[in-house]
Design a protein around this ligand. Structure first.
Ligand SMILES: *Cc1c(COP(=O)(O)O)cnc(C)c1O
Length: 462
């Protein structure tokens, strides 16, 4: 299996190379050259299998010869053994035809653990074999960073630097990043928004001297291996509700478009998905784009669902690549226009996107009201991101097609918003009950590329 860039100008890589690289050298994102498919019999045979077994069957065709079958099965087993639920991704029913897929039973209580725990094990296996070190740099709106630090803390061959927007992540998110005591973990609080943090990380990848000097590796959702890990739970949940014999739809609380893009890949692999519904908070650039074709960032407004406070949605580039008929030059052109302020999606590409994606937006008051209402009608306590998904999903229910809304974080990760809406303070699971007693360690940084690069060069283990 070979991997190509969405902008068509970067070297073609193997799975291992694409995984260790992250962002392509032409600024694009890696995608498999062809998408392997599973037929109806193969999908039907997933019924009743463990999460790990389905994970192996879904991901194996993408791995090429990077790992043997046994190595890859061991990697999967280690990745998910620390989850707090035997099913890994259990389904809960909310209403007739509406289900919640709980993706928050991993070590940092958000869906990012599904990908990050796997990536940690993949990196360790690949680097142990080559004897090389890498420097992992990531930007986070809160959940990616905690998941990355949890996945890489204490690993020999890796230093991990996470940039988060100072003062704009929840206390639980921040403490999950600042309390690990391992020397290879570095939490950096940047002056600015998530988009600033993400832009500086992209700048570092585009500074080839720095990139090669510190052997930079990326674990943001631009990393193909992360997208791949997220494809698995579309299969487990759809099969649990009757696929391939009936269609299902998904609603996905969306920021960087990574999670929902994994659903798009599942569909391309043959999973009978009817609709993929993009759910945004008040930072609704994706919803506006799917409505109007205009993709024009207009500044982030902080919300009670901070992990979706994004206006430059990296993985949307992957969807655009397919919508433009795999034309890398067209994608590169759009991304140039974005640097100058924004772009308009062509009519043909918009039509292609709308064949799969619907969208909706949920404002702050609606998010809070949804948390209150679902608590009353079902007893379920939703995190604000999940509430955005549930509200938008309710507007897209179709008779005879089950809707699965992705529950992206545990309510205890966002206690203020949940308490304001329900009067209940959601408790952390017992395994992390002492989080607020642990000492914190964090380095403030300016929104300045040169300063950040210097800091990283000084800190890494030679
Ligand atoms: C990251 C995150 C999202 C958005 O996921 P994307 O893949 O960036 O679209 C939604 N909810 C939570 C809780 C998250 O951590």
């Amino acid at each position: 299996m070979r991997y190509i860039s969405t902008r068509g100008q970067a070297p073609v890589l193997s799975f291992e190379e694409a995984m260790l690289t992250g962002l392509a050298r032409d600024g694009g994102l890696y995608l498999p050259e062809t998408i392997p498919t599973l037929d109806a019999a193969q999908i039907a045979a997933m019924a009743g299998q463990s999460y790990e077994e389905v994970a192996f069957r879904v991901m194996w065709p993408f791995i090429g010869d990077t790992f043997t079958e046994t190595e890859f099965r061991d990697i999967i087993a280690r990745a998910y053994q620390g989850f707090g639920h035997a099913a890994r991704a259990p389904l809960v029913q909310l209403d007739q035809g509406h289900f919640l897929l709980e993706l928050f039973h991993g070590p940092t209580l958000a869906f990012k653990d599904f990908a990050m725990q796997l990536i940690g094990q993949l990196f360790q296996a690949a680097l142990a074999r080559s004897g090389k070190r890498v420097t992992i740099v990531g930007a986070t709106s809160g959940d990616t960073g905690s998941a990355a630090i949890e996945a890489f803390r204490g690993l020999d061959a890796v230093d991990v630097f996470i940039l988060y927007p100072h003062g704009r992540v929840s206390d639980v998110q921040r403490r999950q990043m600042t309390t690990p005591s391992e020397a290879n973990v570095h939490a950096l609080a940047i002056e600015g928004h998530f988009d600033d943090a993400q832009a500086r990380v992209k700048d570092m990848f585009n500074d080839f001297a720095f990139r090669d000097g510190v052997r930079l590796a990326g674990v943001n959702s631009i990393n193909w291996a992360r997208v791949l890990a997220q494809v698995v739970y579309y299969f487990t949940s759809a099969v649990a509700l009757g696929a391939p014999h009936r269609k299902v739809s998904f609603t996905v609380p969306t920021g960087n478009f990574g999670d929902i893009f994994a659903g798009f890949i599942a569909k391309k692999m043959g999973l009978p998905i009817d609709r993929l519904v993009v759910a945004t908070n008040q930072n609704d650039i994706l919803h506006r784009c799917l409505q109007s074709a205009q993709y024009v960032p207009d500044g982030v407004i902080p919300s009670i669902s901070p992990s979706m406070d994004i206006q430059v949605s990296s993985n949307f580039e992957r969807a655009l690549y397919y919508a433009y008929g795999c034309d890398g030059a067209a994608v590169a052109q759009l991304m140039d226009e974005l640097k100058a302020g924004g772009f308009a999606v062509s009519q043909g590409a918009l039509q292609a996107l709308r064949e799969t994606f619907d969208s909706g937006r949920c404002d702050e008051a609606e998010t809070a009201a949804t948390i209150t209402r679902l608590r009353a009608s079902t007893g379920e306590v939703l995190c604000p991101h999940t509430a955005v998904g549930v509200k938008v999903a309710e507007e897209h229910l179709a008779p005879g097609v089950p809707m699965i809304t992705l529950a992206t974080a545990h309510p205890a990760k966002f206690p203020q918003a949940v308490e304001a809406a329900t009067g209940l303070h959601p408790a952390l699971p017992p395994r992390m009950a002492d989080l607020f007693d642990r000492p914190e360690r964090v380095t403030p940084v300016a929104n300045d590329l040169a300063a950040i690069e210097t800091l990283i060069s000084e800190r890494i283990t030679a």
